[in-house]
Design a protein. Structure first.
Length: 131
């Protein structure tokens, strides 16, 4: 298991069954009160079908709320529930507490590398990731 996966598993507590991609979705959703599903797909570069499965898991676990836009019924809006906000806040706080500054720099570097990999994978259509 990679260091980042170990940190996330340690910090996630009761939500330890969630994967890094689940947490990526939660972290992205924590940056705004609501988010369109298409924007989330674009921001994370996760294939639509796989993103839907991730969101189904998060909705089932009571971490994310999904509803249709009142102004455009074709758009699906997403928001963290109070439970989702609490879980994400706990994860981020715990990660900050257990990681030393040098580890945080390494994690940031790993995150940038992961973003580069996802961009490359999206272009190649690897692992169901694509635009």
């Amino acid at each position: 298991m990679h260091v980042m996966e170990q940190l996330v598993q340690l910090a996630s507590g009761a939500n330890e069954h969630l994967t890094l991609l689940h947490w990526l979705v939660l972290a992205r959703l924590s940056s705004a009160s609501t988010c369109k599903q298409m924007e989330l797909k674009s921001d994370t570069k996760i294939a639509a079908a796989y993103l839907t499965r991730l969101l189904d898991d998060l909705v089932r676990d009571g971490l994310v709320r999904r509803h249709r836009s009142s102004s455009d019924r074709r758009q699906i809006l997403l928001a963290l529930t109070e439970r989702g906000k609490s879980a994400t806040r706990k994860l981020l706080t715990t990660l900050n507490e257990i990681a030393q500054p040098s580890q945080l720099n390494a994690i940031e570097h790993l995150g940038a590398s992961l973003e580069s990999f996802v961009s490359l994978a999206a272009g190649e259509g690897w692992f169901g990731i694509g635009a």
